[in-house]
Write a protein that binds this ligand. Structure first.
Ligand SMILES: C[S@@+](CC[C@H](N)C(=O)[O-])C[C@H]1O[C@@H](n2cnc3c(N)ncnc32)[C@H](O)[C@@H]1O
Length: 408
């Protein structure tokens, strides 16, 4: 079989899986979905990647491998000024995604059944591409990523998510076991789900694969769509940190950072021994990531942003720049207005009185329905350095977004 025929055969098998079990199997709602994910909101994506809120909210977004359109629907509602396109191999996934967005009246979105390998058929470029849980299911993930890179506008960002090999070791063993039992019936995904469930039911208590499924995945895997996606996939490439960076280095795009940076902090693993932590922190950045990967075998995926240079970077180290910036409250929070809120990562966060007042002032001056004229950081805090440190911390905690004044 030549490469082209193999690629087509694998893509057909993947499409067949998702035509049998469209993913994700979320119910269709008749209104905008509740909540938020900061990775689906352009101002927070832009701020994460550059340090500053974007000059324009009118962006073109591609949800590549959108599945049944859960992320596409969120992106569309959270970014009403954007123009969103969702593409997927699976006809049934696209039909569900279309129905989902029609039902919740997301009007700025379109869908197309198209492979990522064929994105050159789409006109123009995108400011932002979301591609979550997809390229690891392509027969040639690098070619997939390179295809997407050709569609990314200069200064644009792509968010990716792929599986991690170490944290999925038990899943991988079970996938192979199911395939072995299925034999020539591989490709019959309903049979695969049945065989997988039978094996789990038969395994003795305490078996590591059974235990792992029960402790970590059973909640979501009671849905056959999720079980099939995890255990009977015809194509999956799991990454280590090294193979991930080989992929990134070959992509022609620039690594911006992991979009779950807290996971990659050595502090959460070695903080009880400050001397050891300090020694580990002397390692080059990538080795620090490697150490986290080795010490935390619970990591089951990598999620990160890539950029097509050039793109700006705002550090806000200089007081003058910070004082001139226009601060807005990050809308990715729940429970506001209150001094106890869920932050952008859905973590409960307490705001002290000064932070609370600052956020209220941001809303009053720079919110969507301002009661007062626009205000800079200087207008809101005066010239005190101590207050500027607080503003920097609020920015770091993603409680506020900062916009450089010259763009307004
Ligand atoms: C695990 S689902 C992820 C769906 C969605 N991105 C999400 O995170 O909810 C993977 C999706 O990628 C799609 N897919 C796989 N290979 C693809 C390709 N070459 N081009 C377009 N879509 C593809 C599949 O059809 C499937 O719907």
């Amino acid at each position: 079989m030549d490469d082209l025929t193999r690629t087509q055969a694998v893509s057909d098998a993947v499409a067949s899986l998702y035509n049998t079990y469209p993913f994700p199997p979320e119910p269709i709602l008749d209104e905008a979905p509740p909540g938020y994910n900061w990775r689906w909101y352009w101002p927070t994506v832009h701020s994460f990647c550059t340090g500053a809120a974007p000059a324009s909210h009118k962006v073109r977004v591609l949800d590549a491998g959108c599945g049944t359109g859960v992320s596409t629907e969120y992106i569309s509602h959270l970014n009403p000024e954007s123009e969103v396109l969702g593409i997927d191999l699976s006809e049934r996934a696209i039909a569900t995604a279309t129905q989902r967005c029609q039902s919740s009246r997301a009007t700025n979105v379109q869908f197309r059944q198209l492979s990522i390998y064929d994105v050159e058929q789409i006109e123009g470029e995108f400011d932002w591409i979301n591609c979550v849980g997809v390229i690891h299911h392509m027969p040639d993930p690098l070619r997939g990523l390179q295809s997407l890179a050709t569609k990314l506008a200069p200064g644009g960002f792509i968010h990716l998510f792929v599986y991690a090999a170490i944290g999925r070791a038990e899943i991988s063993l079970m996938q192979r076991a199911i395939a072995l039992v299925q034999g020539s019936q591989r490709g019959d995904y309903r049979d695969g789900v049945q065989v997988g469930r039978q094996i789990f039911a038969s395994l003795p208590e305490g078996n590591r694969l059974k235990q792992r499924e029960r402790d970590r995945w059973a909640m979501e895997n009671h849905r056959d769509e999720c079980f099939a996606d995890m255990y009977v996939h015809p194509q999956e490439v799991d990454y280590t940190l090294d193979s991930l960076f080989e992929l990134i280095d070959a992509s022609s795009l620039e690594f911006v950072g992991f979009s779950n940076p807290q996971v990659w902090q050595l502090d959460r693993l070695l903080a009880s021994d400050p001397a050891l932590l300090n020694r580990a922190k002397q390692l080059p950045g990538k080795d620090q990531y490697r150490l986290v990967e080795l010490l935390d075998p619970e990591i089951t995926h990598f999620e990160w942003f890539l950029a097509r240079p050039p793109y700006p970077h705002f550090s806000w180290d200089e007081d003058a720049a910070l004082l001139a910036a226009i601060p807005t409250r990050n809308p990715c929070m729940e429970g506001w207005p209150s001094q106890s809120i869920f932050d952008h990562n859905y973590q409960i966060t307490s705001l002290d009185q000064t932070e609370f007042e600052f956020l209220k002032a941001c809303d009053a001056h720079n919110g969507p329905n301002p009661e007062h004229s626009q205000a800079s950081v200087a207008d809101l805090v005066g010239q005190g350095r101590a207050n500027l440190e607080l503003v920097r911390q609020m920015h770091q905690r993603q409680l506020i977004l900062l916009e450089p004044p010259q763009r307004i």
